[in-house]
Design a protein around this ligand. Sequence first.
Ligand code: OKP
Ligand code: ZN
Length: 344
Amino acid sequence: MDVVYSELHALQNGAYELIGGQLQPPVEKPERAETIRAAVEAAGFGPLLSPESFPDDTITRVHTPEFVAFLSTAWDRWVEAHGPYDALPLNWPVRTFRQKIPEAIDGLLSYYSLDAGTPITAGTWKAARTAVDVALTGARLIQDGKRHAFALCRPPGHHAAADLYGGYCFLNNAAIAAQYLRDNGAAKVAVLDVDYHHGNGTQAIFYDRADVFFASVHADPLQEYPFFLGYADETGTGAGEGCNANYPLRWGTGWETGYADALDDACRRIHGWGAEAVVVSLGVDTFEQDPISQFKLTTPDYTRMGERIARLGLPTLFVMEGGYDVAALGDNVVNTLTGYLNAS
Ligand code: OKP
Ligand code: ZN
């Protein structure tokens, strides 16, 4: 299986993350992608391909031009205002406030963000922009007739909506790749999100559309980030009614105690809908030892996950999302891809 990777991911390297009231070293760190790269190479996956450059209009098919302009200039504006420290928002236009776009950089961060856990740093734009090229290079491989590819994206993307960043995500790599597949020949594309956290951004981007099906297996928003989206009664709207399927699962869920059944149902829905290709938002933060998550999947369970995805029988683009136990990340990703290959 071809693997697309760029070392420029390391340009996203925040100094701190607010976790449980304490400023701590970020869990979303460059070592994540490096350990996955080393593991897939050691497992014989490859070749390792560098991304091609795709034009910005592939991004604005999914994100607003205003949001892209904001993200690409936010660091410079923040440095001008405050100096070379991680740019973070501190308040939001919540209930009782107006949705009017401010002028000052602090207000823009507030307007365009969904949390304070996603630092914008000197290299954020370059890293996020390159992750899009990584995903699109994978999508092009699929479009050119490959049955599968792995886009080793970092930073991740599935929390980013048309004009929102957060959850360590800036540009929605998987959504941009799905849109690219739509724009280049595939009439019906599914996104299967197996990250522990609900893919709120991807869901929002495609919520009113009948040409992209979104299915997500994730921790119950009553208990887990991002808290305000991801319920089972979110089924799509307008033309997209029936094209969204959420599987919220309680903390403590394991492969045999709810996960496998939910994944199976998600795959049945995608198959029944008639998808021509699938983009898998591959987060492995469902792992039992993940430092910020509460599911109980084991390393062998990822082989089963890959096998189930393979039984869809569809051209498959894996796009890396979350997963924070660096010691096990490589094995869990390799098992997913190996399970997929052995069953396809
Ligand atoms: C990104 B992805 C931990 C704070 C959680 C946000 C998590 C973002 C996950 N107590 N902060 O979906 O893996
Ligand atoms: Zn996650």
